[in-house]
Design a protein around this ligand. Sequence first.
Ligand code: HEM
Length: 134
Amino acid sequence: MLTFPRLTHEPLELMGHPIAPNTLLVGCIYLLHHREDLYPEPDKFRPERFLERQFSAFEFMPFGAGTRRCVGYALAMYELKIALGTLLSDYDLTLTSDRPLPPERRGVTLGMKGDVEMVFNGKRAVSPPVLAQI
Ligand code: HEM
């Protein structure tokens, strides 16, 4: 949800706001990722928005940014692709309910409040073509 704090050493201006030295700044990734101008209907789960346009490192920063960006970035992305790719391409799952799951704070990150319940229909014989490319 947040970056780690940064402490300013010199006066600076951030988007028109003067910032004095010795100020603690914490970037709010949650608010950035909810900007309507960047992410129309930001509360909607629309992963295809990432196929529709490219986001710059200033617009999409799940791992923070700059010299203190998450050191686990590459490992986390690697794990995520293997786990999601395996689950979605090898297993046939169906959601049991489309009720919205509100976000819940887990430390500095957000997860879902409650479980995402699914029915396991069996193993897929053939991976869907889109998922085979993950
Ligand atoms: C989906 C998984 C992960 C997410 C979303 C995530 C997110 C973040 C974020 C937002 C920051 C703050 C960066 C900033 O202030 O600019 C951070 C820092 C950090 N993360 Fe991760 N992280 C993930 C996985 C990992 C993993 C797997 C490791 C270790 C193997 C890791 C180790 C660290 C460390 C050590 C920092 C502090 C870096 C520093 O202060 O220089 N993270 N992470």
